[in-house]
Design a protein around this ligand. Structure first.
Ligand code: HEM
Length: 413
């Protein structure tokens, strides 16, 4: 692993497993000496998203303020030319432009207006009892066993169920949607860059859309399919299902796993949380989001020659928004590598991005995390890690994908 780090190239899916997360040693150094850092293409990197032609070099932003400013400025730093590291061109780019996350500002605002209601506080308050009930059921299933693999036996189930409920994805399709979403997030472990998961998911999306056309049910997918002001075409519906299958699952699941891991690594913080769960949990979730930055980056492209700080960038250059580096910037977070659930400004983290494309599911994610962690902390408080967790090979997600735990089994009365 030392040689990989010596190359100092972020295009290396072994980097996160080697560092147990993003390479903060590099980010810290770059932030101090070269805050807008050029990361060249890596000829030995062969991973990729389906449909991608590879990854060209890019500018890495390591300062909080730069990540924030660029995120706010769609006019100069567009999402429309792609938001993930993997480059796409030509027909594939056109296809991906049907994705809500990369729409031009006017189209994006129009779609956002239609999809936001279920993510607003009132709708979430209505959904909350269902989320609490499901969190309890998930823990009911493992509690008598005394041991489980936390990531897929526990953390994965709640986000999948919740976004499927919210979208109106019928129960018989849920496992498949989750499976394809995982496959898309786990692009680095496939030996060939195959389109299979995307094709599979799009096929499923069309089938579900057809059902919603015949039987509208007022849920999000039905609203999207039947909305006569937007008239979304089938590819837009496909991309929409894809966004939720990835964004609504992997991220929340990984944050729950990181939370559990960090509480074991920092017993003092765990003791504090246990001493008054209600008082500390919200800030603790924000601190875990800050500290781990599950989604480590998205990208933007410069629409004209411009400057970021003192660094000139050229029209078309790709800009890597390092949420991970921004969230450890000492200019904003004092002693940034210290994990502190009482940190006064933990909420300022950029783990959900910023600006017009800020995460629409942020409140939902926090609600689910709180529900699940309440069950764990109150019912299985003495849990222990049963071995070192395994990290996802990825240049994008900081994710634990396997974490066996043990705990005192709960006996039914
Ligand atoms: C801990 C959990 C989560 C994290 C860390 C996270 C992270 C992010 C980030 C960084 C963005 C910004 C993208 C950009 O600027 O280009 C984003 C956008 C988005 N997220 Fe999340 N997310 C999480 C949970 C969720 C959930 C639960 C959902 C839905 C069920 C969701 C749906 C979305 C959508 C639809 C967007 C696109 C917003 C837009 O382009 O306007 N996310 N998320």
């Amino acid at each position: 692993m030392a040689t990989l780090l010596a190359e100092e190239n972020l295009l290396d899916p072994d980097l996160f497993p080697a560092e147990q997360g993003p390479p903060h040693r590099l980010f810290d150094r770059w932030r101090q000496t070269d805050p807008v850092h050029w990361n060249p293409a890596n000829p030995s990197y062969v991973g990729g998203m389906p449909g991608s032609a590879g990854v060209k070099g890019f500018w890495v932003l390591t300062r909080y303020q730069d990540v924030f400013d660029v995120s706010m400025n769609q006019a100069m730093f567009t999402s429309h030319d792609g938001i993930v590291l993997w480059d796409v061109e030509g027909e594939e780019l056109e296809r991906q432009r049907a994705n809500f996350m990369v729409m031009q500002p006017d189209a994006h605002s129009a779609v956002k207006k239609v999809i936001m209601p279920p993510f607003m506080p009132r709708a979430l308050a209505e959904l909350s009892p269902e989320v609490d009930k499901l969190a309890a059921e998930i823990v009911d299933r493992i509690a008598p066993r005394g041991a489980c693999e936390f990531v897929f036996d526990v953390a994965s189930i709640l986000p999948v169920h919740t976004f499927c409920e919210l979208m109106g994805i019928p129960p018989q399709y849920r496992d498949q949607v989750a499976h394809y979403g995982n496959e898309m997030a786990d692009v680095e472990s496939r030996t060939s860059i195959s389109m299979d998961p995307m094709i599979g998911l799009f096929g499923l999306a069309q089938q579900m859309a057809e059902e919603k056309r015949r039987n509208p049910d007022g849920r999000l997918l039905s609203v999207m399919v039947n909305d006569t002001t937007l008239n979304l075409d089938p590819m837009m519906i496909n991309q929409f299902v894809l966004v939720f299958a990835m964004a609504g699952h992997e991220t929340t699941r990984s944050t729950a796993a990181h939370f559990m891991y960090l509480m074991q690594r920092h017993p003092d913080q765990y003791a504090l949380l246990r001493s008054d769960f209600e008082a500390h949990i919200d800030n603790a979730i924000d601190e875990v989001l800050r500290f781990t930055s599950t989604t480590t980056n998205f990208v933007r492209h410069a629409v004209a020659d411009t400057m970021i700080g003192d660094q000139p960038v050229k029209k078309g250059d790709k800009i890597y928004l390092s949420y991970a580096a921004a969230n450890r910037d000492p200019a904003v977070f004092a002693d940034p590598h210290r994990f502190d659930i009482t940190r006064a400004n933990a909420k300022r983290h950029l783990a959900f991005g910023a600006g017009p494309h800020i995460c629409v599911g942020a409140r939902l994610a926090k609600m689910q995390l709180k529900a699940l962690l309440q069950q764990i902390v109150t019912r299985l408080p003495e849990y222990q890690l049963a071995g070192e967790p395994e990290w996802l090979r990825s240049i994008w997600f900081n994710a634990i994908i396997r974490m066996p735990i043990t705990f005192t089994a709960e006996h039914s009365a």
